[in-house]
Design a binder for this molecule. Structure first.
Ligand code: 26W
Length: 801
């Protein structure tokens, strides 16, 4: 597309869609019109991709995830299509601010955090590596809540992201399917003496798919993210007469559950899980029928991935279709199902492991219940005598009055993977050890990754351009080529240029901070960043304790040498997680205290940015000097912000948890600040039960002063919250061992401050972090899933078939 063609197209679309002339358009109209143009640009490739997969009878993978977190899509689509520079310069020439146009787009925030963002990175990588892989999920009317601070407290507002339309989606009426809930199922004998389930009084809902193109980077692949929305089918209109009844139905895909890692056992959530699973599996089977292949070979054409246990019902739903609709035997159906399914575990936190009440499943999903019961029965029967009874009892799916979804996933799939080496090892040795005894060959590791296209090329253009200038552009397609930057570790000119790029990003973030919070920060201070969901195990509180220690040091000794620092937080708390909310309040009050203290004289600033989401992450990450990855060892399955920050040249302050372990191995001990308890030490405390927070407190006057600040009025306005925090550490014995890790944490922070003064040393560390970050590209992660688990191969759409 030439510049002239683009302007012409833009002019026409603004006219036709808004009855306006281009000259009078605002960024809003411009965004929609450009979005339409971009969509039109990949429409043909999208169609071709689908057509080619169909004609080739291509084996495809389907990534089932109850969350997807793509963020904004205009800039990434422009970049993938190679149109970014032309469109940007043209828009600016026309007298508009391109950034303003981009900022019109609502984030697509249909996810809570790491798990949903990982799903979106994976889709991007599948398309960019020409792999035939699709996403399947829910089109929530409301994404993750918008966060506001009122008097330092988190307040949640609805995220009506669809209010102004969604240029990227296509509603596919003709591919709607029915999903059935409730009713009774009984077994009826057929003529040939078999038993067939017959259902009565079911509630039938309609699932409408909305498809979004996933545009590959500089290739012609456009895969599909299919999200399902609920409607009352016309045939059922009569049944849902009252407004309340209709609302019950519509509630199903209304909102994303904002709870990250805390399962509450709600019926609507269970219904969401079955709804998108059933719709997705039905649509896969319907597509397979078009291939005119026997059902007994479906496993040669289909790979289904279960992203955490939320889509676990894929297993019984596939069984249902094979048994009830295709009349296959149980054995045949089970063999096919297990060979199609694979599962990723994302957490070892007990409270995040899904369990559903038996009665709830039995009443609302009776056929699922029957099938799960039979899977469980056969599991027990087949193992009895071969394995100890207690092991069988611990691994079976139905235990007491609950259905254990992780157990269902492992038993019903051929692959279970963790998301970082340490995490996968813990699954084998501790968390899922019993299953590892049963099925050692099913367990494997797939360390998470990120897409540098979004997190470096797109979010950090100053750095990306500099990398081009230094080593050429091949890294944009092959991220490990960034390793060539290692040749410039001692090159002062290059180091200075990298420092300038970082400075430019810090300046941009400083502007944003001032605009949104009124806080002025110095771009030459250390920008110290912790961005992730607010959770006790992630230990934002440990960071805050260190901030307080620095504050008291300066108060005691105002003349001391102190390397200026800006602490930047971004974090949402689950609305029902009062402890996490107390920490938000405490950080905000400490920020207020420090930012306005004349003695501090701007040497410390604490900034808690509201509404952390993908697009805010894209602003913060390029400007970070320091990346806080300080979860208690064993608790963070992998982490992915650690990889994004590393790639952007931030130095990590890390516990030996999740993928931090692999980051250290990549950059070397000298280029990361590690501290804290190790996995072994944590487990030793658990085994011996001899951790005493009180003992640590009693012996350390610094810790006493820091903790007392929460309850003695030093930090104002946190009577209730301060007490809750104080109690969590002393009365309830500090579940995540903050007090134990506090001193080593402060030590590495002090070392870091000193190192920061040595600009050459620091810049070299930073360069090495970027150089070594290529291995964390999700391009490679996805390739390993494709090779080891899904067995899917690239399809070159440039080539004629
Ligand atoms: C309420 C049910 C529930 C349970 C678990 C909701 C969400 C979860 C997820 C497991 C939470 C999550 O996002 N986990 C994160 O997954 C990332 C991607 O693998 C990892 O990098 C993070 O370490 C892990 O916490």
């Amino acid at each position: 597309m030439t510049r002239e063609e683009f302007i012409e197209d833009l002019r026409n679309r603004v006219r036709e869609s808004f009855a306006m002339e281009l000259e009078t358009a605002t960024p809003n109209e411009l965004f929609v019109a450009i979005g339409q143009i971009v969509r039109a640009c990949y429409a043909k490739s999208w169609h071709n991709t689908r057509q080619r997969y169909l004609v080739n009878k291509q084996r495809q993978s389907y990534y089932f995830s109850i969350e997807f977190l793509p963020g904004r899509m205009l800039k990434s689509n422009l970049m993938s299509l190679g149109l970014l520079d032309m469109v940007r310069s043209t828009v600016e020439e026309l007298g508009f601010e391109f950034e303003e146009v981009l900022n019109v787009e609502n984030d697509m925030a249909l996810g809570n955090g790491g798990l949903g963002r990982l799903a979106s990175c994976f889709l991007d990588c599948l398309a960019s590596r020409e792999l035939p892989g699709n996403g399947n999920g829910i089109r929530y009317d409301y994404g993750l809540f918008k966060q506001q601070f009122v008097d330092g407290y988190q307040v949640e507002l609805p995220d009506a992201w669809l209010k102004s339309g969604n240029v990227w989606e296509v509603r596919r009426e003709s591919e709607a399917v029915e999903v059935r809930f409730g009713g009774n199922v009984y077994m009826q004998p057929t003529k040939d003496g078999k038993l067939k389930p017959v259902a009565e009084n079911e509630r039938i809902l309609r699932a409408i798919p909305y498809d979004t193109g996933v545009v590959g980077y500089h290739n012609d692949t456009v895969n599909t993210l299919r999200l399902w929305s609920v409607e009352v089918p016309e045939s059922e209109e009569g049944k849902y007469r009252s407004i309340e009844e209709r609302r019950m139905v519509e509630d199903l895909t209304a909102v994303l559950y904002p709870d990250d890692s805390n399962e509450q056992g709600r019926l609507t959530r269970l219904s969401q899980e079955y709804f998108f699973v059933s719709a997705g599996i039905q649509s896969i089977v319907r597509y397979y029928k078009k291939l005119k292949m026997p059902i007994s070979r479906i496993n040669e054409y289909v790979a289904i991935h279960i992203n955490d246990t939320h889509p676990a019902l894929c297993i019984p739903e596939m069984m249902r279709i094979l048994l009830d609709e295709f009349d296959l035997s149980w054995e045949k159906s089970w063999g096919l199902t297990v060979s199609m399914m694979s599962y990723t575990n994302h957490t070892i936190m007990q409270e995040a492991l899904e369990k559903w009440p038996l009665q709830m499943v039995k009443y609302h999903l009776p056929r699922m219940f029957q099938i799960i019961e039979e899977i469980d029965r056969r599991f027990v029967t087949n193992l009895t005598g071969l394995y100890p009874d207690d092991l069988i009892q611990r691994t079976r799916i139905i235990q007491g009055d609950q259905i254990h979804m992780a157990n269902l996933c492992i038993i019903g799939s051929h692959s279970t993977n963790g998301v970082a080496k340490l995490h996968s090892d813990l699954l084998k040795s501790v968390v899922l050890h019993d299953f590892y005894v049963l099925y050692p060959e099913r367990f494997n590791n797939k360390t998470n990754g990120i897409t540098q296209r979004r997190w470096l090329q797109q979010a950090n253009e100053p750095l990306a351009n500099l990398i081009d200038k230094t080593i050429g552009t091949s890294w944009r397609k092959e991220p490990t080529d960034m390793e060539r930057l290692m040749n410039y570790c001692e090159d002062n000119e290059v180091l200075v240029a990298f420092e300038q790029a970082k400075q430019q990003n810090k300046l941009a973030l400083a502007k944003y901070i001032e605009k949104t919070t009124n806080i002025k920060v110095q771009p030459n201070a250390i920008f110290d960043v912790q961005i992730k969901r607010l959770h006790a195990y992630k230990r934002q509180l440990l960071n805050l304790m260190h901030i307080l220690k620095c504050y008291f040091d300066l108060k005691d000794n105002p003349e001391m040498d102190f390397v200026p620092r800006v602490w930047i937080f971004g974090a949402k708390a689950a609305p029902s997680y009062t402890y996490a909310k107390a920490i938000i309040k405490a950080i905000n009050e400490v920020a207020n205290l420090i930012n306005h203290d004349p003695i501090i004289n701007d040497r410390m600033k604490v900034v808690f940015l509201e509404n952390y989401n993908v697009s805010l992450a894209e602003r913060i990450i390029p400007a970070a000097d320091v990346s806080e990855q300080i979860s208690l060892a064993t608790k963070e399955a992998s982490g992915t912000s650690n990889m994004k920050l590393m790639s952007n040249g931030a130095i990590t302050v890390a516990t030996m948890d999740g993928a931090n372990v692999e980051i250290r191995a990549a950059v070397g001990d000298e280029n990361i600040y590690t501290f804290g308890l190790t996995e072994e030490e944590v487990y030793r405390y658990y085994e011996q039960g001899n951790y005493s927070a009180q003992a640590i407190y009693d012996q350390d006057p610094v810790i006493q002063r820091v903790l007392n600040a929460f309850v003695d009025g030093t930090i104002p306005n946190i009577q209730r919250e301060g007490q809750e925090i104080f109690d969590s550490l002393l009365r309830y014995n500090d579940e995540f061992f903050l007090l134990k890790d506090f001193v080593p944490y402060c030590q590495v922070q002090a070392k870091l401050s000193q190192d920061y003064l040595n600009r050459e040393k620091w810049q070299k560390m930073s360069l090495i972090n970027t150089a070594k970050s290529g291995i964390f590209s999700a391009d490679y992660t996805v390739q390993r899933y494709a090779d080891d688990i899904w067995q899917i191969a690239p399809v070159d759409l440039h080539k004629e078939k």
